[in-house]
Design a protein around this ligand. Structure first.
Ligand code: GDP
Length: 347
């Protein structure tokens, strides 16, 4: 196929096989199958797949960056999928294309994903303008997070206008999702217990917008919860000098308040874009990402190193027995890595 002409503005992608040139062209053309295949490649833990995925990402990078990236968090049952479906359907009526990705820390433990349930967002998933991908279900949270970041870039290259990354309210994954999105939304239930949990876990501090869902069940309770949340937020350091996090109420099931929520998203983007803060935020996120990759890359290189693997069991025994100090063992093991490189100059 004549995909090469479309890639003329891409950087040289020497790692790409012929098949992958087609895959890149397919993603850029917004083909759903190519998109799904590219993400599967990214999620694979096979070394050859990872090499291909890296080549793919490099070729796709010039086509990324144009989507609005929204993080959405909330405890199971708060109504995330109902809310995202209502929002997605609204955005599609505005002519937008919407991708939904998930970071689900429970999937890394159980191998099954509570966010990956196929029956979720059934109406949205049937729409051509929507793409829904459950959380990758293997690896540590760090690995899942990294794969979701990469999947987000692939969705952007495929021309999605809005990429939503959802996660469940357990703390660590919220920080990760807030670190890969432009705007972070906390979905809350209108009862004080839920508020307290979110405040205690530090999730409210990350929120650019707080939304109380299920306001239809008890409007009075919703109003009280909103007032309490506003009071709590006023005591926190704002996420941005140019933005005071609004507290909204919606009823996702009744499709109420969704358009107002979208106005808040647009207002947030406008406020951050006007001051250049959005670009800076993404720059910081990229640097953080780079360091996380370096940390995890060093870890895995260390653990796979033949010298480390050979010396590790004995040294572990020796440390346990008190025959070698932990510091001496660590230095000896780390030394295995430095033999692989030119002698570094630390001056
Ligand atoms: P998730 O686990 O956060 O994705 O939550 P779901 O979207 O699956 O919603 C959990 C339950 O709450 C479902 O039975 C929904 O129908 C219901 N629900 C979601 N939004 C609302 C709402 O605004 N009002 C009411 N009354 N129920 C809702």
């Amino acid at each position: 196929m004549g995909g090469d002409s479309r890639l003329s503005d891409a950087p040289p992608a020497r790692l790409l096989k012929a098949d992958d040139h087609e895959l890149v062209a397919g993603v850029i053309a917004g083909q759903r199958r190519a998109l799904a295949k590219a993400i599967t490649l990214i999620e694979s833990s096979r070394a050859d797949h990872q090499t291909r995925a890296n080549g793919l990402l490099r070729a796709l990078l010039p086509h990324t960056g144009k989507a609005l990236r929204i993080g959405i968090s909330g405890v199971p049952g708060v109504g995330k999928s109902t809310f995202i479906e209502a929002l997605g359907l609204l955005l599609i009526t505005q002519g937008k294309r919407v991708a939904v990705l998930a970071v689900d820390p429970s999937s890394t433990r159980s191998g099954g994903s509570i966010l990956g349930d196929k029956t979720r967002m059934e109406r949205l998933s049937q729409r051509d303008a929507a793409f829904i991908r459950p959380s990758p279900s293997s690896g540590a949270l760090g690995g899942v997070t990294e794969k979701t970041r990469e999947a987000l870039l692939v969705c952007e290259a495929a021309g999605f206008d809005v990429v939503i990354v959802e996660t469940v309210g357990v703390g660590q994954s919220e920080t990760a999702v807030a670190g890969m999105t432009d705007v972070f939304v906390l979905l809350q239930l209108p009862n004080a217990g839920d508020d307290l949990q979110a405040i205690k876990k530090g999730i409210v501090e990350l929120a650019d917008i707080v939304v109380f869902n299920k306001a239809d069940i008890d409007p009075l309770a919703a109003a009280t919860a909103m007032a309490q949340m506003r009071a709590a937020i006023s005591l926190l350091r704002p996420t941005s000098a140019n933005w005071q996090p609004p507290v909204l109420k919606v009823s996702a099931a009744k499709n109420e308040g969704i358009a107002e929520f979208w106005q808040s998203i647009e207002a947030h983007r406008a406020a951050l874009a006007a001051t250049g803060e959005l670009a800076k935020k993404r720059q910081h996120q990229n640097l953080d990402w780079m360091w996380q990759m370096i940390d995890s890359g060093l870890q895995s290189r260390f653990r796979q190193h033949p010298g480390v693997r050979a010396a590790l069991p004995q040294l572990m025994d020796a440390v346990e027995a008190g025959a070698v100090t932990p510091a001496a063992a660590a230095l000896q093991l780390l030394g295995c890595l430095s033999h692989d490189y030119e002698t570094p100059n630390y001056d």
